[in-house]
Design a protein. Sequence first.
Length: 177
Amino acid sequence: MTNLQTRLLSQRFRKDYSKTAQSNWDDNQRIVINNVNNKIQNRTYLLTDYTCVCGADEGYIVSEIERYGLYLRSILCSKCATIRISPFLDETSISDFYTNHYQEMYRRSSDTAFYFEKQKQYGRKFASLANELNKGDWVFELGCGAGGALQVFKEKGCNVAGHDFDKRLLEFGASNG
């Protein structure tokens, strides 16, 4: 590891750092996190190396673990300063993770109507920043959940669409326009 990498990689984000945010996790989160970690360790989830969007391979490791203690490295691109996770889950693993683990791991509400309303709150924040949008413009959200944020843009006259792996949330969003 270079001197710059040593300075960029905070002790808090090293694999061997024992004081993580675990004290904030509930029992269900611990189970889900352990399940995901096991899938990574036993190669049920396959990891793939990714280059930066600018095409560069080089970079500086700024984190060896992510906020839930999964051993996924965040790399700061030495060419364009984009941060990416590499290696990361392959397409099949990503689909399984977002379908079966994401909502519980991130402690999203199981009350879909409540979750939809919560999403509308952050949708209003984004909509207030998007003054250049006009009626009829398109807004597409990847990871739209129940689509609450999209509802706000729809009410402003935008065309909206979204993608999520959680079919239950997508069906709720579709039933709400």
